[in-house]
Design a protein. Sequence first.
Length: 122
Amino acid sequence: PTRQDCPLDKEKLGHYSWSLLHTIAAKYPEKPSSLVQKEMKDFFAIFSNIYPCELCAHDFREELRRDPVDATSQEQLSQWLCRIHNKVNLKLGKDLFDCSKVNERWRDGWSDGSCDFQPKLH
Ligand code: FAD
């Protein structure tokens, strides 16, 4: 086995989790029905209860109360998640991400074409 086959530490778990969350937001509909919006809010509520890093989950629940999920559109959800992720970045002393580039990073690929060789999700 390689190191990749080992249980995740907090950093790896975080990296993969953000990747999933931002990709979900990238693929979210432009005009979601009220049911779809509710499902997304429920998803984050449950996620923040079961995220397997207790302190992270605790702070995430507080952040959700301060700044509730905005699931009204793809743009709003992606911007909301970018904002929330930046709060964690700030707490950890990491660089803040420029949220105007969130769809380039997670949906469309960079405008310099550097992601063009990658297969797209359908
Ligand atoms: P990550 O922060 O994992 O980011 C992954 C990639 O996302 C980056 O490479 C960048 O391309 C992109 N990115 C960065 N910021 C943004 C943004 N704002 N919007 C869009 N894209 C962005 N760790 C702790 O030690 N303490 C905590 O309390 C904690 N809470 C967490 C709460 C949640 C909900 C999650 C999912 C993770 C949490 N983590 C926490 C883990 C932490 O946020 C990082 O994931 C981990 O430190 C690894 O960081 P990284 O440098 O690989 O980049």
